[in-house]
Design a protein around this ligand. Structure first.
Ligand code: HEC
Length: 115
């Protein structure tokens, strides 16, 4: 792992600990439920179950909470830039991010090769 990626990973875990959430452990049912209701606005593009409905939006279902929260922090903090996502992430607190990541990562996905 490159140093920068490792530092970001540590920051993601430390930030989550600061708001009392267990990003580096399993998410609580409360975090998942709250994340689900906060994610309603996201479903316009990412779909109600995290499978994207907009052609330019990625699937979020089943992605690791660590990855999702790192991306949301990166958008919010201006490290990753995107016209829409930078705006969407701007008002998010660390707690919102932990809950949203808990919800999307809790969705079970099944992958099947087409041949
Ligand atoms: C209007 C459409 C739209 C809405 C609403 C929206 N997104 Fe996105 N989202 C996108 C697009 C487009 C991208 C790809 C951006 C890029 O290329 O960086 C993206 C990327 C992301 C990523 C990065 C995924 C990856 O694989 O790296 C995350 C995480 C994410 N969105 C979470 C959310 C959350 C949480 C919300 C609600 C608070 C939300 N988005 C609302 C369109 C949207």
């Amino acid at each position: 792992m490159k140093t920068a990626a490792f530092v970001r990973r540590l920051q993601a875990c430390a930030g989550a600990a600061a708001v009392g959430a267990a990003l580096c452990g399993p998410a609580t049912a409360d975090e998942v439920d709250t994340g689900r209701s906060k994610a309603q606005i996201c479903s316009v593009c990412h779909g109600p179950l995290g499978v994207a409905v907009a052609p330019d939006a990625p699937n979020l279902a089943g992605q690791p909470a660590l990855y999702l929260s790192a991306q949301l922090r990166a958008y919010r903090d201006g490290i990753r830039k995107h016209e829409v996502m930078s705006l969407m992430a701007k008002p998010l607190t660390n707690e919102d991010i932990t809950q949203l990541a808990a919800w999307f990562s809790s969705i079970r996905v099944e992958a099947t090769a087409s041949r």
